[in-house]
Design a binder for this molecule. Structure first.
Ligand code: SF4
Length: 360
């Protein structure tokens, strides 16, 4: 493990120092496996209480193509996913959507009071009828709701994004109360108290500083030291897109991304570092060499609704890139192997995870 000072210094290294460090990292590396999961993306609603400056996912009730996916639509996607042997149902959607009257009316029509109640039911259906495990990221919910969903999920997630609170006053997060870093760290801590295998991460290049990168990683490290529930850290680079509020905001420099991946791996030898391959198609081999060891969920069924301009690369294409570096691409479940344990999973989820672990 490196200290905060050492980590911060690496972010200012020049390229020669970086290459030297890389050699050491790759000698230390215990596994030459790069993992991924096969998922289906289930964006139950695009309605969200927040308005992030980089968002391409949120829709207003007036322009939304749908308000709330119904059970049949969800099952249709799950059925397709099963045909492709997907093992992860990724339930990701807008935060506090049920405070919106249109969503409330739909929930009422379907016979549910809250998004958590509806989602709980859909996760149960997923577990009971499909060889697929739910993974939920629905923004911040309270402790009791988190406990309830932990009983029907194999893992859950929430990006920390950054610990920089100043962004709450800028175009990035000024209309996004759910993006308050204190609330997000508290949520990740609650997941730790409940032993939920957890995915978090940083959004890079939205106006934060190098010091913020280090602070953010060290805050996650503190929670991991206390609870041990963090299974992966996503390092997601901001990409400007037409029509978003931050359309003209520059992308982060590649060399800075490389350094952050290195620091993250040095700091988290016990956690997978994930780079989304659809945002980094050509650069994936570089990020693997610098410490990334997971490429996240890849969907043969649905597009990445959060980054619709970035199609998922075929699994075969990633496999070629990975093998060219003498690494092996290995499928995993949404819950990492070391968390397939009754300490972390309800009986129902544990039994299914064990069964699926033998199949992949
Ligand atoms: S929380 Fe997510 S869906 Fe909501 S506005 Fe922000 S990026 Fe978009």
């Amino acid at each position: 493990m490196i200290s905060k000072n050492e980590a911060r210094k690496i972010l200012d290294y020049d390229i020669v120092d970086i290459l030297d460090l890389l050699k050491k990292i790759n000698i230390q590396r215990s596994s030459h496996e790069i993992t991924y999961s096969k998922n289906v993306f289930l964006p139950l609603t695009h309605i969200c209480q927040n308005n992030c400056g980089y968002c391409t996912f949120k829709q207003t009730p007036e322009d939304a193509s749908y308000i709330l996916m119904n059970e049949d639509e969800t099952k249709n996607l799950l059925t397709q996913a099963q045909k492709y042997n997907c093992t992860e149902a990724l339930y990701t959607f807008g935060e506090n959507a049920d405070t919106n009257n249109y969503v409330k009316a739909k929930l009422d029509e379907y016979g549910y009071e809250t998004m958590v109640d509806y989602l709980y039911h859909l996760c149960e259906v997923t577990l009971n009828k499909y060889n697929i495990l739910p993974h939920t990221n629905m923004g911040i919910i309270d402790y009791d709701d988190l406990y309830k969903l932990s009983q029907v999920n194999a893992s859950m997630g929430l990006m920390l994004e950054t610990t920089n609170r100043k962004l709450l006053k800028t175009i990035v997060h000024k209309d996004s109360p759910g993006k308050d870093p204190k609330k997000r760290l508290n949520y990740i801590e609650n997941a730790g108290k409940l032993n939920i295998p957890f995915t978090t991460g940083l959004l890079l290049g939205i106006g934060e500083s190098k010091d913020d990168h280090i602070d953010s990683l060290f805050e996650i490290r503190k929670l991991q030291d206390k609870y041990g529930h963090i299974q992966e850290i996503i390092l997601q680079n901001f990409k400007p897109k037409k029509g978003i509020a931050m359309e003209d905001h520059p992308e982060p420099e590649i060399v800075d991304l490389i350094k952050i991946v290195i620091v993250a791996k040095l700091l988290f030898n016990d956690v997978s570092i994930q780079i989304p391959p659809n945002l980094n198609r050509q650069l994936l081999p570089i990020f693997i060499t610098t410490g990334a060891d997971d490429v996240g969920g890849i969907s043969p069924v649905t597009e990445d609704f959060v980054n619709p301009d970035a199609p998922w690369p075929e699994i075969n294409e990633i496999q070629k890139q990975v093998e060219s570096l003498n690494y092996t691409l290995k499928e995993r479940l949404p819950v990492y192997d070391k968390y397939i344990d009754r300490k972390y999973l309800s009986k129902k989820v544990y039994d299914k995870a064990l069964k699926l672990q033998k199949k992949i």
